[in-house]
Design a protein. Structure first.
Length: 124
């Protein structure tokens, strides 16, 4: 089954976590260096950058193929908002093949968040 690293609204407590609630939580995880977060809207966007030395914190989930398709739709793959790519994780998950979503749109004017995104309490 596919494994997905999530770092924003899909995490436990996040507004879209219900999409993962029936899937298997593997544990908290961190990417290898080379990734950082920006905030293009009310959600984070992870991008690859050679300048990063910290990586990104998040969660690792094992999902069914059906759920992976739902996540792809949520992340806007058809609209080229994000792309799903293989991601390197640090120990103890460094031997696990996982994928995550990288943000594809311009980041001009977007706040840099660093390694961790904290969802604000937004109700709608």
């Amino acid at each position: 089954m596919p494994r997905v690293f999530v770092y924003g609204t899909l995490k436990r407590g996040g507004r879209y976590h219900d999409l993962l609630a029936t899937q298997k939580f593997i544990g908290e995880a961190r990417t290898a260096a080379g990734y950082t977060l920006y905030q293009p809207a009310d959600y984070p966007g992870m991008v690859h950058t050679e300048k990063d030395t910290e990586g990104v914190t998040g969660e690792l989930w094992e999902v069914s193929t059906d759920y992976l398709a739902k996540l792809d739709a949520l992340e806007g793959l058809p609209q080229k908002l994000y792309e799903r790519v293989p991601i390197a994780l640090l120990a103890p998950h460094d031997s696990i093949a996982a994928e995550s979503y990288l943000y594809l749109r311009p980041l001009i004017g977007c706040p840099h968040l660093g390694s961790t995104w904290h969802q604000k309490n937004t109700t709608s």
